[in-house]
Write a protein that binds this ligand. Structure first.
Ligand code: BGC
Length: 256
C-alpha cells in the first residue's frame, strides 16, 4: 500500500524546499526544509542539494517534484532561471539516482496550481482558472473545469510592444533588482495581467509566489475586469502540489 505521507520537493531558482505532506488532508506534516539552489544550477549540483532534502527527512518512497522549466515526459525542455545544461536532461533520472527513490516531476507552477485547485481557493471552481506565481521568474498553471493544461509558460509572452519578455519586466526578482516601489510594481503587473486577460479570458486569476504575500501593497493598481486574488496556500503550494503530483503518479492516476 502506498504511504499517505509523501515527500514533496519544490525546486526553485533560489531555493530547493521540501516537506512531508499528508495526502488525506493536503497539509504539511513537517516544517519545510530549505537548501539554497547551488550556483551554477547544473544537474550535478542540484542533484546534491536535492538529496540533502531527502536525507534530512530520512525518507524513502515516491517523491513528487516541481521543477522550474517546461517538463515533458520527465525531460527539461527549457531553462530560463537554471543552468542551460538542464535542457534535454531526464530530471526524474538525475534526482531519482541521487535520492535512490522514484521521483515524479512536473513544472513548479503547475504543481502549485494543482495544490491550490485541490486544497485551496480553486476547489470546485469551474471554467478557466489561472494561477500565476511571481518569484525569480513568472510561472503559470491553467485549469479548465479543474483539469490542468500543462506547461502554459505565461511568463514568457512579450510586453511593451514586443520588446520585453513578461518575466523580465514584472517578476519579483525584477522588483527587487530595480528597487521598484509597490506602486511601480503594481502598474507593471497590471500591464502584464491586461495581456494575460486578453489572450486567455479567464474566470479567475490566483496569485502565488513571492510578492503575492504583499498583494495588499499593490492591489490598488490592478484594474482588470477578471477577479484577481492571492492564492490561499501561499508558499506551501509548490511543496503540497509536488507531493500531490507524486502521489497521483505513483498511483498511476495522472498522465505525464
Ligand atoms: C520558467 C517556468 C517556471 C517559472 C517559475 C519560468 O522562468 O520558464 O517554467 O514555472 O519560471 O519558476
Amino acid at each position: 500500500m502506498l504511504k499517505k505521507l509523501i515527500l514533496g520537493i519544490d525546486v526553485g531558482a533560489s531555493g530547493i524546499k521540501g516537506a512531508l505532506v499528508n495526502m488525506n488532508t493536503g497539509k504539511m506534516e513537517t516544517d519545510r526544509f530549505r537548501v539554497p539552489t547551488p550556483s551554477p544550477a547544473t544537474p550535478k549540483n542540484m542533484a546534491k542539494a536535492f538529496s540533502q532534502i531527502v536525507e534530512h527527512f530520512d525518507y524513502s518512497g515516491p517523491i513528487g517534484c516541481g521543477f522550474p522549466a517546461i517538463v515533458k515526459k520527465n525531460i527539461a525542455k527549457s531553462a530560463s532561471n537554471i543552468d542551460k545544461s538542464w535542457i534535454g536532461v531526464n530530471i526524474s533520472e538525475v534526482f531519482g539516482k541521487a535520492a535512490d527513490c522514484p521521483v515524479f516531476v512536473t513544472n513548479d507552477a503547475d504543481a502549485a496550481g494543482v495544490a491550490e485547485m485541490a486544497f485551496g481557493l480553486g476547489k470546485n471552481k469551474k471554467g478557466v482558472v489561472i494561477l500565476i506565481t511571481i518569484g525569480t521568474g513568472i510561472g503559470s498553471a491553467m485549469f479548465i473545469d479543474g483539469k490542468l493544461i500543462p506547461n502554459t509558460e505565461f511568463g514568457h509572452f512579450y510586453l511593451k510592444n514586443q520588446s520585453k519578455v513578461a518575466e523580465a519586466y514584472t517578476a519579483d526578482s525584477v522588483r527587487k533588482k530595480k528597487d521598484l516601489s509597490w506602486d511601480e510594481f503594481g502598474k507593471r503587473f497590471n500591464e502584464y495581467l491586461e495581456t494575460l486577460e486578453r489572450i486567455t479570458s479567464p474566470n479567475l486569476i490566483l496569485l502565488g509566489g513571492g510578492s503575492s504575500k504583499k498583494f495588499d501593497l499593490f492591489k490598488k493598481k490592478i484594474k482588470i475586469d477578471t477577479e484577481v486574488v492571492p492564492a490561499q496556500l501561499k508558499n506551501e503550494a509548490g511543496i503540497i502540489g509536488a507531493a500531490t503530483y507524486g502521489y497521483q503518479k505513483a498511483k498511476k492516476l495522472v498522465a505525464s
